[in-house]
Design a protein. Structure first.
Length: 96
């Protein structure tokens, strides 16, 4: 069971690391070029709004960078990770 925890921890760390990289290095600079009033945030809800604005810009310009689908399906990815965490918690609870 510990290997599942390590795999899940790795998935979560990869998601957070990639999300922060894409947000602070790709999304935020582009949004600041478009609108000078944008301020970076560590709040997931604010980051989600900024990411969706950036997806709109990319779709308007018909651009598809390597991280486009990460931004577009971010809510789905979070749902999958959350479901895995809940499944892991239920499995651990049943073993008690």
């Amino acid at each position: 069971m510990e290997q599942y925890f390590i795999i899940l921890l790795f998935i979560m760390a990869a998601y957070v690391g990639m999300g922060n990289y894409v947000y602070f290095k790709k999304v935020l600079p582009q949004l600041k070029n478009e609108n000078k009033n944008i301020v970076g945030s560590y709040s997931p809800s604010v980051q989600q709004v900024h990411m969706q604005q950036y997806v709109g810009i990319l779709e308007g310009n018909n651009e598809r960078p390597w991280f486009y689908y990460f931004l577009k399906y971010n809510n789905f990815i979070v749902s999958i990770i959350f479901a895995l965490v809940i499944l892991f918690a239920i499995t651990m609870y049943k073993q008690l």
